[in-house]
Write a protein that binds this ligand. Structure first.
Ligand SMILES: [Zn+2]
Length: 492
């Protein structure tokens, strides 16, 4: 639902992406901290014991640079770290090591598509920084307020993040959502981050203002604590409506940071917005500047995989698919790879696209599985699609076969047998010969039927069963019954 605002909406996002490194940004503690005993994943460096020195993780520099390149940014030959001072218990040092001014990547853009319209969101910059620890407020109902005390866990403290700051180029909550979706897709394509919002690998802070009647930018409010795409949209919608109401009643918007309360579906004032001078930034003298050579930048560029928009373009040219189909198939590179493998295995591109999009994703969804867990091999899917195409099996049976394949590690042939489908049907001539053979081999049964003693039809069923058995299920049941009946009449 599009949100209604009398005043044009201006949104800029700051997205923190946890970089896929093995160790933290300035020490050798693991970045795999989720589920560990609180404060067990720490060392004197990330606990800020006096006298310890940080040592920069090169891998984070490479991942940050890759993301910068993916965003069409200018990788900086020289950048450095600063100390951002603020006193809060989640920060062991009482300052955060971050980049300020000279950042690893400058400028760039990300093209998105929102509600059918293309839009270019400019990127201000991308910088590296360390994550803070985590405060736990133990309230019975999980709400933000009312805890009697707070606990601090430094396991996350020092984990490398890249913060991507956009220009205020988005004009609706839907655009903000679509920007985050595209950014996350890029990070995943580049193997820079898993981009999971729920686990906190991707966090979004939004800056939103409503334009003044004279066209100037209104007062900006920052919103934090949105841990899903849905909360991002809801929080922005709420804030648009709140700010419109304040202005309609003659009030003023205060520059502040507000927290989204997911349970109550409201934003609440957290603090007045700090300005840069509140943080007393100053250069981190314990760390050498980051120097990236032209050769390194060239190497980063060479190591870039095919990017989402490049893949979309290639899919359109090579397979002639519709935009919506391509969007789904290329959403994740693992799914795109699966589709391409299916086509390479011989499935017609358009049919394969349909099967992957409609049936494979449906089956995975029903099983609660990811494409990376998919038991249906692309080669098996290609064979199945071809069999349905050539009408060897019906599409209904084909879907059943796919469901069997998705559940069990069995071959396509076994899955087809399991569904009782008559595949590779024997020809009418072979069926004819087979029935003759069966009738010839069972003269007593034939006599019983011919003399009218098979009142309940049991003997006839016995013969029909024999035909299916002898043909290994490859006889068409209806054709078999009809031929059998004719032959029995002819024998009468
Ligand atoms: Zn550590």
């Amino acid at each position: 639902m599009a949100v209604v605002s009398k005043r044009p909406i201006v949104i800029g996002l700051e997205v923190h992406i946890q970089l896929n490194t093995d160790t933290k940004l300035f020490c050798s503690c693991s970045t795999d901290y989720i589920g560990h005993t609180p404060n067990s994943n720490t060392c004197p460096i990330c606990l800020a014991v006096p006298g310890t020195l940080p040592l920069l993780n090169d891998c984070a520099v490479e991942l940050g640079s890759r993301m910068g390149l993916g965003l069409h940014g200018e990788i900086q030959r020289y950048s450095n770290f600063h100390r951002k001072n603020y006193f809060y218990p989640d920060l062991a040092k009482a300052y955060q090591i971050t980049q300020y001014g000279l950042t690893i990547s400058d400028g760039g853009y990300l093209d998105i598509e929102s509600e059918g319209k293309p839009r270019r969101v400019r990127i201000h910059h991308l910088h590296l920084e360390e994550d803070a620890g985590k405060l736990v407020h133990p309230t019975a109902d999980g709400r933000l307020t009312g805890a009697a005390y707070s606990l601090v866990d430094y396991n996350r403290g020092g984990v490398p993040l890249s913060e991507i700051v956009s220009e205020p180029d988005m004009s609706s909550p839907a655009e903000a959502r679509d920007y985050v979706i595209r950014l996350r897709q890029l990070a995943r394509y580049l193997d820079v981050s898993d981009g999971e919002m729920e686990s906190g690998s991707l966090r979004v802070d939004a800056n939103i203002s409503l334009t003044n009647p004279d066209g100037s930018l209104g007062t900006r409010v920052e919103i934090k604590n949105m841990n899903s795409l849905k909360s991002l949209e809801r929080a922005l919608e709420y804030e648009i409506s709140r700010q419109n109401k304040v202005l309609d009643s003659g009030g003023r918007i205060i520059q502040e940071t507000r927290l989204w309360d997911d349970a109550e579906e409201v934003t609440r004032s957290m603090r007045n917005k700090e300005t840069a001078s509140d943080y007393r930034y100053y250069p981190e003298m314990d760390l050498a500047p980051i120097v990236i050579t032209d050769d390194q930048i060239e190497a980063f560029k060479r190591s870039m995989p095919e990017l989402p928009w490049e893949k979309r373009e290639r899919f359109e040219k090579s397979f002639g698919l519709a935009y919506e189909e391509i969007a789904i198939l290329t959403e994740r590179k693992e799914l795109a790879r699966y589709y391409e493998d299916t086509v390479e295995a011989g499935a017609p591109p358009a049919r394969a696209a349909n099967w992957v999009r409609m049936e494979v994703l449906r089956a995975l969804n029903e099983l609660g599985q990811d494409i990376t867990d998919c038991k249906v091999k692309p080669s098996a899917l290609a064979e199945l699609v071809k069999k349905v195409e050539s009408k060897e099996i019906s599409s209904t049976i084909g879907k059943e076969v796919l469901d069997v394949l998705a559940r069990e590690n069995i071959t396509l042939e076994d899955a087809i047998k399991r569904t009782g489908a008559s595949v590779g049907r024997i020809t009418s001539e072979s069926l004819d010969a087979l029935i003759d053979k069966i009738l010839g081999g069972n003269p007593d049964v034939v006599d019983t039927i011919k003399s009218g003693q098979d009142k309940k039809g049991g003997k006839l069923k016995f013969l029909q069963g024999l035909i299916m058995k002898e043909s290994k299920g490859q006889a068409d049941p209806r054709e078999a019954s009809e031929t059998l009946a004719k032959k029995l009449e002819g024998l009468c």
